[in-house]
Design a protein around this ligand. Structure first.
Ligand SMILES: Nc1nc2c(c(=O)[nH]1)N[C@H]1C(S)=C(S)[C@@H](COP(=O)(O)O)O[C@H]1N2
Ligand SMILES: [Mo]
Length: 222
């Protein structure tokens, strides 16, 4: 757990969060853990997480989740597979174009986020299937989610089921509110303005998002 939070962040407990329009489309049961691989590749393939687990060693990792809206859930104990090693498997099977530099990650709810390949292969990135010693719940991304702790939370795609290798950056579901790199250290919150300019407006969104998510739970009886 980090004792000092990055600039502009405040501690908060972990709770389900995200762009409300995707919440209605999130899975209601845990679907098979496999990843479709596409984009600028020679072969489109589907990789089962069991195949990954057969060759990639499991790792446990403690990391903070930094949402761009200025809350940080500190000290989360994830378990899963180092993403750089997972990518080795995906690359071997799909044979991406040598010029790919970006990775679009897609969740079962349709949420997508584009991560620089350079950031995706960082040693801190995990393909997680467990949190605090338990399998991931549907609230937090079952069966598989990305954990990219050096990026803002919008890069940590929940219910990950598709990865597209890309030569160019393509904005994700957040549009311009998603920064291409999204590095927390550099406070790359969103495109256009310096990070600190977004602190107050994004912080003001938190109660609205939580209210909308609660409304949806009530409507769908979850
Ligand atoms: N599939 C999917 N992944 C997602 C989101 C989402 O709406 N759908 N929201 C992102 C955002 S903005 C944040 S801050 C984190 C929140 O993770 P949590 O719900 O486990 O707290 O998930 C990220 N990954
Ligand atoms: Mo977020």
């Amino acid at each position: 757990m980090t004792s000092t939070l990055p600039p502009g962040q405040r501690p908060a407990p972990l709770r389900r969060f995200g762009i409300p329009r995707f919440a209605a489309r999130r899975p209601t049961r845990i679907l098979p853990a496999r990843i479709e691989v596409g984009g600028d590749v020679r072969r489109r393939v589907v990789v089962d997480v069991a195949d990954i687990a057969a060759t990639v060693g499991r790792r446990e990792q403690v990391a903070d989740l930094h949402c761009v809206t200025t809350w940080t859930a500190p000290g989360l104990r994830w378990s899963g597979f180092p993403f750089a090693a997972v990518l080795d498997v995906l690359v071997e099977r799909s044979q991406p174009d040598p010029e790919v530099a970006w990775l679009t990650c897609v969740g079962r709810d349709g949420f997508r986020s584009c991560l620089a390949l350079e950031d995706a292969v960082d040693d801190s990135v995990l393909l997680a299937d467990r949190l605090d010693g338990e399998p991931l719940t549907l609230d937090h991304g079952a069966p598989l989610r990305l954990v990219a702790p050096r990026q803002y939370g919008y890069k940590s795609v929940k219910h990950l089921h598709r990865v597209d290798f890309r030569r160019e950056y393509r904005p994700g579901s957040g549009g311009w509110t998603e920064h291409p790199r999204g590095r927390v250290e550099a406070e790359e919150r969103s495109r256009g303005l310096p990070g600190p300019a977004y602190r107050l407006p994004w912080r003001a969104m938190v109660p609205i998002v939580l209210w909308e998510l609660a409304e949806q739970d009530a409507r769908w009886g979850r």
